[in-house]
Design a protein around this ligand. Structure first.
Ligand SMILES: [Zn+2]
Length: 156
């Protein structure tokens, strides 16, 4: 994401929440993922570019996250993607869910990383393709998770 699209997250700052205000600069980059630490020149507070994004607590490196989305967008299923990259199906599902919940953020990330092109397959199509099967998976899981030993389907 371009620096001018970030806004200062400090609520007491004069430029709080303002984008394109010219106050955000690159401070440093850190970690295996080379995440950008940004600084607001108005209040001099630093913040991570991931703050408030779905990738904030992500434990995978960027390349793996890219691989997951590229694979799903290319039409592979959850199981095939998980096997290809040695991940659990739950991990793949978690990133699929991120794309379903935050399509704009995930799409911006993938465009910036060159995984998506503006003319190619869109993230939206991928999410759509999975939405019906995803609901089925959730439903089946719920049906299976009824505890057999109580015979009860308590929803409490
Ligand atoms: Zn600020």
């Amino acid at each position: 994401m371009e620096l001018e699209n970030f806004a200062c997250p400090n609520p007491t700052c004069l430029d709080f929440s303002r984008t394109n205000a010219g106050n955000i600069a690159l401070y440093t980059q850190y970690g295996r993922k080379q995440v950008r630490l940004l600084i607001c020149k108005t209040c001099n507070k630093t913040f991570s570019e991931l703050k408030g994004t779905p990738f904030w607590d992500s434990r995978l490196d960027w390349e793996t996250i890219e691989d997951i989305y590229r694979s799903l967008i290319d039409g592979r299923g959850i199981r095939a993607t998980a096997r290809q990259y040695g991940l659990s199906k739950n991990t793949v599902k978690r990133y699929l869910r991120l794309a379903q919940k935050n399509p704009t953020t995930v799409e911006a990330f993938l465009l910036e990383r060159g995984v998506l092109s503006k003319t190619g397959h869109t993230l939206h199509e991928m999410v759509e393709r999975f939405s019906s099967s995803w609901e089925r998976v959730v439903r089946e899981k719920r049906e299976r998770s009824v505890p057999a030993w109580t015979g009860s389907t308590s929803e409490a």
